[in-house]
Design a protein around this ligand. Structure first.
Ligand code: G3H
Length: 258
């Protein structure tokens, strides 16, 4: 039974890799929209990947924010610290809203759980342009952003457009604009449509989408079938060397339409 089950998932991984045009695809059991245990499977799988792929000894891992990565970080443990000294660095400054899902908090949590290091980027993103320009010129802040852009690995997630629009506290006009232009997903401050075309870009400090090309290990982590459209379209604009780590909920819904 287990062997059949494993082969079934391996087949799906291969299919999904072809459909999305990613370098590698890993699928864990379940659908996070129905079963929160999925997040601990994702944590385990990502730790295995980091264990195998990160350079020995010192490595830098950049992370974005969101509920997915906050839950994944919660499931990390200190096994990685045996062979690796990992420094986690946030991929962006601070946005409004919940503390737990800030990029800074997720990086801090992952460092704490793995017994690693953490470099915070305490840069509020809601600033006057003049102030922001000044801060971004500061060599200390520049050095943190540079470290994220030169990371060995980036762990990122992708959100559904409507959920992210609400979280980003958009104006009615902005919300309507996203609707009129059929935005399906958001990643890295960019809302995109089903064809993977950019619909709107939100201002942000830190890594931007173009920086992803230079990151050797690019792990996109997504869970829950409700995110399938957002995921499928994301890979129309994401770098080809991306790896997708997702649950069966996402995988099944994408494969249904192919
Ligand atoms: O920035 C947030 C991510 O793109 C997705 O967030 O994991 O809460 O859905 P989420």
């Amino acid at each position: 039974f287990h062997w059949d089950e494993a082969r079934r998932l391996t087949d799906k991984e291969e299919q999904l890799k072809q459909v999305l045009g990613v370098e590698r695809c890993d699928i864990v059991h379940g659908d996070a929209d129905l079963d929160k245990a999925v997040y601990s499977y994702l944590s385990q799988r990502i730790q295995q990947i980091l264990q195998q792929q990160l350079p020995m000894n010192e490595a830098v891992v950049a992370v974005t924010g969101g509920t997915t990565l906050a839950q994944v970080g919660q499931g990390f443990d200190d096994t990685l610290s045996k062979d690796h000294q990992i420094t986690f660095v946030p991929a962006r400054g601070g946005v409004g809203g919940s503390y737990r899902i800030q990029s800074n908090s997720v990086a801090g949590l992952m460092a704490q759980q793995t017994n690693g290091q953490y470099i915070p980027l305490f840069l509020p993103e809601k600033l006057e342009e003049y102030t922001a320009d000044l801060l971004l010129k500061d060599p200390n802040i520049q050095s943190i952003i540079d470290q994220s852009k030169n990371a060995d690995c980036l762990i990122l997630s992708v959100g559904a457009a409507d959920v992210m629009a609400k979280r980003r506290l958009m104006t009615k006009a902005q919300y309507q604009y996203l609707k009129d232009n059929n935005a399906v997903g958001e990643a890295f401050g960019i809302f995109y449509n089903q064809q993977g075309e950019k619909v709107m870009r939100l201002p942000r400090y830190g890594m931007v989408l173009d920086d992803l090309e230079h990151i050797p290990l690019l792990l996109t982590v997504v869970a829950g079938s409700s995110k399938a459209h957002a995921v499928e379209s994301y890979f129309k604009l994401a770098p080809k060397h991306s790896w997708l780590i997702c649950d069966e909920g996402v995988a099944n819904r994408i494969l249904q339409t192919h």
